[in-house]
Design a protein around this ligand. Structure first.
Ligand code: PGA
Length: 250
């Protein structure tokens, strides 16, 4: 059974294992989609959310969870990769979620990794989020260095969607998704911390012992750009859903 605690403003749910993390998170998403069929989601990529996406696909197929009016904006994309590149985050979202549910792909948004003018495309991404009345429910992972989306250590709390340079640690963490480390893009487009903090509700998932140190600092450390996830301590409605390994330091 999952165990709930409160650390500052953040609600923390500690689950037995990563399957329970996926189940608890998927239930929150499903409940909110049922309550508001045109829910605006902020979505994330990486290894952590895959099990939750599987669970949502199952809920769609077996219980008729309806995504036909759901809209989404993803957190980030690699610079230089087009949406049909198998390591792009657009490709990831289609393969791991969108192709298996009844979402209208026209209502799904991932930053453009091949923009001609990134300054303009980043500003437009922010405008598009605002025009859609903002994000109701934002999903996040956390990097082993405490990043959220690709807001690496040093990212200011008021940062907006922009191009960033990835740290060596993030490149190493993500090397498992690529054939060769040299193929990993060195830059990405990411929503800013300020953008993320404007979501009405935020759900952060973490699994595995390599996240334990970042999780403790995010929840109990001081709020600092050195550990970007610590800015979540200021959010009024944020939940961390953790497995026992990532919660080991709490
Ligand atoms: P992961 O990435 O889910 O692949 O561990 C999380 C993140 O870097 O935010």
């Amino acid at each position: 059974m999952a165990e709930d605690k409160q650390i500052g403003k953040i609600k923390v749910t500690v689950c037995q294992d990563k399957q329970e993390v996926a189940r608890v998170a998927a239930e929150i998403f499903a409940k909110m989609i049922r309550e508001k069929p045109d829910l605006m989601l902020g979505l994330a990529t990486g290894g952590t959310p895959v099990d939750m996406y599987q669970m949502l696909i199952r809920m769609h197929k077996e219980q008729g969870l309806n995504f036909s009016r759901v809209r989404s904006f993803n957190l980030d994309e690699y610079v230089g990769l087009s949406g049909d590149h198998t390591q792009s985050y657009r490709y990831f979202m289609n393969a791991n979620l969108f192709n298996h549910i009844n979402i209208d792909k026209l209502n799904t948004h991932v930053p453009d990794g091949k923009a001609e003018n990134f300054q303009m495309s980043c500003q437009q991404y922010e405008k598009d989020i605002q025009a859609a009345a903002g994000i109701d429910l934002q999903l996040l992972g956390i990097g082993s260095n405490g990043h959220i989306a690709f807001n690496e250590p040093g990212s200011p709390g008021n940062s907006r969607t922009r191009v960033v340079t990835l740290t060596e640690r993030t490149i190493k963490d993500n090397a498992r998704f690529f054939q060769d480390e040299s193929e990993i893009p060195r830059q990405a487009v990411t929503m800013g911390i300020g953008t993320i903090l404007e979501a009405n509700k935020i759900v952060l998932l973490a699994t595995g012992a390599n996240k334990a140190e970042a999780v403790v600092k995010a929840l109990k450390g001081k709020v600092t750009a050195d550990l970007p996830a610590s800015f979540l301590q200021n959010h009024p409605d944020c939940i961390f859903i953790l497995d026992r390994d990532s919660a080991a330091g709490l």
